[in-house]
Design a binder for this molecule. Structure first.
Ligand SMILES: Cc1ncc(COP(=O)(O)O)c(C=O)c1O
Length: 432
């Protein structure tokens, strides 16, 4: 496959070659908002930090940092077990965060929200607690060519262990799914469709509503990898009608170490436990045990209590900004970035789709992405280089690696200009 890409017209002056690009204005006071993020106000190699690796993890606003600190300073105790004031406060804070998550993704029953370590653990939970007991030879698991390894390797392992077969929805040149291929790859043998909602490499948003409907008609379950969608727009579980949704707190302003698995309650009820230990049991004898109710059946051991509380604070912060406004601003900023970057000489942008946003993958001719990323770091600009944990997708693009700039609520058009200037300087410096 040739790169699903546009190649910029050669030009010494990046603004001279293409159409005028209008700078978007953020729907919030961005200077004020940026003051909430302490990590943004530092110099890297003597230059102000420009953080453009938000698909990997986002920076944390003061209210999230404060919520975690306050929990440790005032409410710290283990949850569910203690019959004293502090333990009750910790439990209350932890369970309140669960209810906030449920409301955020429009889930009516908070019992269907399981706290995990992140999206990866959430997907593995399903692959083990559902997959190992429900799949067998002749069954098929359908994934796509644009999956993050977190939504691919667990299914490769499940297929290996159960004799099931893994099938792929292929990609088009422009980095979107060949949805018409569903006619071939989604069949009565498909037991699960595991699909990324929004690509971490190209920012592509997949037509998951249609995929869910088609899967339903054939009796297959659908797991959505929402690691990149939940932080970027309103994800409404009731509207999507998916069976599972996995996402991570740290990609939506929350702390690391906490993530979420939504599961249809009757499915969670019917599933075997994922891990054994404290919390997840009801009655235990030397020989056997019975399980706790959902969601605690899936939360063996002491959970990441402070991190869940921090995730609750992150949700408050995002809701104050408004998910619709976040989606809108991310689209505008992405369009601006594409406009500016597409005018740079020798720069190839991948996966140009009008519906994609926030993540822009590119390559500078004659420069390895790792070198580009390292030289941009000297300018204080943090971008990621590599396969972005999506090797089949990178391979499909016909390259071994790309550089990726990924945006979030605190990024500005001026930072995009700095990125473009940085790339120009690298080009001049290396003489390519
Ligand atoms: C699309 C997608 N899925 C899953 C993950 C895994 O998330 P985590 O490492 O937080 O478990 C990522 C992380 O980059 C991602 O972008």
């Amino acid at each position: 496959m040739t790169p699903a890409a546009t190649k910029a017209a050669p030009s010494e002056d990046r603004r001279a070659a293409g159409p005028a690009v209008t700078k978007p204005v953020s729907p919030w006071d961005i200077k004020k908002l940026r003051r909430d993020f302490p990590a943004l106000h530092q110099k890297i190699h003597g230059k102000p930090l420009i953080y453009l690796d938000n698909a990997a993890t986002t920076q944390k606003p003061r209210p999230v940092i404060d919520a975690v600190t306050r929990f440790y300073e005032l409410d710290n105790a283990n949850v569910h077990r203690a019959i004293y004031e502090l333990g009750e406060r910790a439990t209350q804070a932890y369970e309140a965060a669960r209810q906030k998550v449920a409301a955020f993704i429009n889930v009516p029953d908070w019992h269907s929200i399981v706290f995990t370590r992140g999206a990866t653990e959430a997907i593995n939970l399903v692959a083990y607690a559902w997959g190992r007991y429900s799949l067998g030879p002749g069954d098929e698991i359908l994934v796509t060519e644009m999956e993050h390894h977190s939504n691919l390797i667990p299914w490769q392992l499940a297929a290996r262990d159960t004799g099931a077969t893994l099938r792929y929805v292929p990609l088009k040149e422009n980095g979107t799914l060949q949805i018409e291929a569903l006619d071939d790859v989604l069949t009565a043998r498909t037991k699960l469709v595991a699909v990324v909602h929004k690509s971490n490499v190209l920012g592509t948003v997949n037509p998951v509503r249609e995929i869910v409907q088609r899967a339903r008609e054939l009796g297959a379950l659908v797991l959505l990898d929402g690691a990149q969608s939940v932080p970027h727009f309103q994800v409404n579980v009731q509207e999507l009608d998916c069976d599972f949704l996995a996402f991570s707190g740290h990609k939506m302003l929350g702390p690391t170490g906490v993530g979420v698995l939504y599961g249809r309650p009757e499915l969670l009820e019917s599933m075997e436990p994922f891990q054994g230990g404290g919390e997840m049991i009801s009655m235990v004898s030397m020989e056997q045990a019975t399980w706790n109710d959902i969601p605690w059946k899936f939360e063996a051991g002491t959970p990441n209590i402070a991190q869940a509380v921090g995730l609750g604070a992150a949700i408050d912060y995002l809701e104050k900004l408004g998910m619709d406004r976040i989606e809108d601003y991310m689209h505008q900023l992405t369009d601006y970035a594409r406009g500016v970057l597409s005018q740079l000489q020798g720069l190839t942008l991948y996966g140009q789709d009008s519906n994609s946003s926030s993540a822009i993958a590119f390559n500078l001719e004659g420069v390895h992405p790792h070198d580009l990323s390292q030289l941009l770091d000297q300018e204080g600009i943090a971008v990621r280089a590599g396969h972005h944990c999506a090797q089949p997708l990178t391979h499909r693009l016909g390259v071994s690696a790309t550089t990726r700039a990924s945006l979030y609520v605190y990024n500005t058009p001026d930072e995009i200009d700095r990125l473009a200037e940085g790339i120009e300087r690298v080009r001049t410096f290396l003489g390519v």
